[in-house]
Ligand binder design. Structure first.
Ligand SMILES: C[S@@+](CC[C@H](N)C(=O)[O-])C[C@H]1O[C@@H](n2cnc3c(N)ncnc32)[C@H](O)[C@@H]1O
Length: 242
C-alpha cells in the first residue's frame, strides 16, 4: 500500500513538473533551445490557442502606434519575437499604414505560419520576415522608427539583453512598445513588475514610460528613446543590415 502511494506521489510530482516546465512556462526554465523547439512544435496550433481578437488588436495596438508617429504614416518598424506575424498583419491591415515592418523570430515554424497568412501581394510589399535571435539583432544602431515585442520577453532566457538590443536599433525619439506579464504566479524570476521594467528602461535611456492595462495576462509598456533624430520611414532592408 505504501509503495503504491509512493508511486502515485512520484507520478503526480512528475506530471506537475511536466505541466509546469513545458505547458505553463513554455520551456523557459530549460533554456532557449527548448523554448524554440516547443514553439516549432506548437506553431500550427498557436493562433487557435491564442484566439486573437483582430479588432481589439487594431484598436489597442496598431491605431495607437499610428497615432504616436503622427504626422508620418510610413514608419519602418521592427517586431521582435513576431511569432505567427500578429503585429505585421495588424499593421498592414491598418488602412492608414504605408510603412514597412520587419518581423524576426527564432522559430522557423512560427514564421512559416506567418508566411502562409501573408498571401496578398499588398502585404508582401509591406512585410519582411527573418529568422533572427532577439538577443543579437543583425541591424545597425538607430535603424527603426518603432520597435515592438509583444508577449515574449518572459520566454527569453536573457530578456534584459533583448531589451537592450531593441533599444539599440531604435532611433533616438523612436517608440518602443513591449509588454509585461501580469499573472506571475507560475514564473518566478522570469517576469518584471512595472517598477523593475521602469528602472530597466530608464537605465537604457528611455523616457516617457507609460503602462497601459491591456489584457488579463499582459500590460502594455510604451517608452520613447531619449534624444532627437529625423523620422526614417520606409527603407531597403539591405540598408539597415549590419
Ligand atoms: C508568446 S509568442 C509571442 C508571439 C507574438 N509576439 C504574438 O504576440 O503573438 C513568443 C515568441 O517568442 C519567440 N522567441 C523566443 N525567444 C526568442 C528569441 N531569443 N529571439 C527571437 N524570438 C524568440 C518564440 O519563438 C515565439 O514565437
Amino acid at each position: 500500500m505504501i509503495v503504491l502511494l509512493g508511486i502515485g506521489l512520484l507520478l503526480a510530482v512528475v506530471a506537475f513538473l511536466v505541466w509546469w516546465l513545458i505547458f505553463e512556462t513554455e520551456g523557459v526554465y530549460l533554456g532557449r533551445g527548448m523554448v524554440i523547439w516547443l514553439y516549432d512544435v506548437y506553431a500550427s496550433r498557436y493562433d487557435g490557442i491564442k484566439e486573437f481578437d483582430d479588432y481589439a488588436d487594431f484598436v489597442l495596438v496598431s491605431q495607437p502606434i499610428m497615432y504616436r508617429i503622427q504626422p508620418h504614416d510610413n514608419p519602418i518598424i521592427l517586431d521582435v519575437a513576431t511569432g505567427t506575424g500578429r503585429v505585421p498583419l495588424i499593421m498592414t491591415r491598418n488602412p492608414d499604414f504605408f510603412g514597412h515592418i520587419v518581423g524576426v523570430d527564432l522559430s522557423k515554424k512560427m514564421l512559416d505560419i506567418a508566411r502562409e497568412k501573408i498571401t496578398d501581394q499588398h502585404f508582401e510589399d509591406f512585410i519582411t520576415l527573418r529568422v533572427e535571435n532577439g538577443q543579437e539583432l543583425p541591424f545597425n544602431d538607430a535603424s527603426f522608427d518603432v520597435v515592438t515585442c509583444l508577449e515574449a520577453l518572459e520566454f527569453m532566457p536573457d530578456p534584459e539583453s533583448v531589451l537592450g538590443e531593441m533599444i539599440r536599433v531604435l532611433r533616438p525619439s523612436g517608440i518602443l512598445l513591449t509588454t509585461i506579464r501580469i499573472d506571475t504566479r507560475w514564473m518566478p524570476n522570469r517576469t518584471w513588475n512595472e517598477e523593475t521594467m521602469r528602472q530597466k528602461l530608464l537605465s537604457y535611456g528611455m523616457q516617457a514610460i507609460e503602462f497601459e492595462v491591456w489584457q488579463a495576462d499582459y500590460t502594455k509598456v510604451w517608452a520613447v528613446k531619449s534624444g532627437e533624430s529625423e523620422f526614417l520611414g520606409v527603407r531597403m532592408i539591405d540598408d539597415i543590415l549590419k
